[in-house]
Design a protein around this ligand. Structure first.
Ligand SMILES: [Fe+2]
Length: 288
């Protein structure tokens, strides 16, 4: 139901692909109605985004009642589709230089990144010492945002390989809510480190995508894949409906730029946070 063969390359400093009308207007309408009918959401994050997350009881109930969401979920939640996405990136971005060091062995359809709250010590323990031999799984949520939703520039969680967004309705540009791609003002791939949350003054805007019905964005979650969402203003009760997903490893991704490895380091905190909210920087692996 979603067409990924016609994605086109975006001029950016990390691999990004976009597709217009990857989902038909009719299907978008049906998906919006399914989300509208959802009785409850799992959480409210980022100033106004309600989610139904893979792995929750709620998600299971939602899929039972939502035929098309289930169909889309099944399409993404398969090894063959993961491979398709991966091949698409490999073919399109031959010369970009970024790759993940340890290729996943198995695709785990039932697995999802847990949404438990933990401090950095617990997270580091959960991630383990060795990042070799990872598996891969799909994480996905069905989302609706109201006014006030925004996302400061960041790079995604350390386990993410590929991320994608599916927009279900048109958002007028003046209402904000655009996905913005950034790069560091001094864009060098060979850096000692990549922060997860660089300050806005260190970044320049590369591109802005205004959500339009049926459009999709796929990007590789490389250490420099900085992106954010501008403040969304709701007009006449028109919300922002979208689906967010990613293919994530069961362990942190060890990124490689050409022959240089980058390893993540979780920042220490006693605060109990979602695993995906923890701060972490990627550091160039020192030669030993
Ligand atoms: Fe993100």
């Amino acid at each position: 139901m979603i067409i990924v063969n016609k994605l086109s390359k975006v001029k950016s400093n990390f691999p990004v692909m976009v597709g217009k009308k990857a989902i038909s207007a009719r299907d978008c309408e049906i998906l919006i109605n399914e989300i509208k009918k959802a009785k409850s959401f799992d959480d409210l994050i980022q100033g106004g985004r309600n989610r139904i997350n893979k792995g929750s009881k709620n998600f299971k109930n939602y899929l039972k009642k939502s035929k098309l969401s289930k169909k889309l979920y099944n399409q993404f939640n398969s090894k063959s589709f993961y491979r398709k996405v991966e091949n698409c990136f490999k073919k399109t971005f031959k010369t970009y230089g970024w790759s993940n060091t340890f290729l996943p062995k198995k695709f785990l359809a039932q697995k999802y990144t847990n949404k438990k709250l933990m401090n950095s010590k617990e997270l580091v323990k959960m991630l383990g010492k060795s990042y070799k031999n990872p598996d891969v799984n799909l994480d996905i949520d069905f989302s609706v945002s109201r006014g006030g939703y925004r996302l400061r520039p960041h790079r995604d969680d350390v386990t993410r390989l590929y991320n994608f967004l599916i927009y279900l309705n048109d958002i007028p540009k003046k209402n904000g809510g655009s996905l913005t791609i950034f790069k560091k003002k001094a864009d060098m791939k060979l850096r000692k480190s990549f922060k997860r949350f660089p300050s806005i003054s260190e970044l320049t805007k590369v591109k802005e995508f205004t959500p339009s019905r049926g459009s999709v964005i796929f990007f590789q979650s490389t250490p420099n894949s900085y992106h954010g969402v501008t403040l969304f203003r709701e007009e006449k009760g028109k919300k922002r409906f979208f689906i967010y997903g990613s293919y994530a490893l069961s362990k942190p991704v060890v990124w490689k730029y050409k022959n240089v490895s980058y390893l993540p380091k979780i920042k220490k905190t006693n605060k109990k946070l979602l695993t995906s909210s923890h701060d972490s920087d990627y550091f160039m692996k020192e030669a030993v």
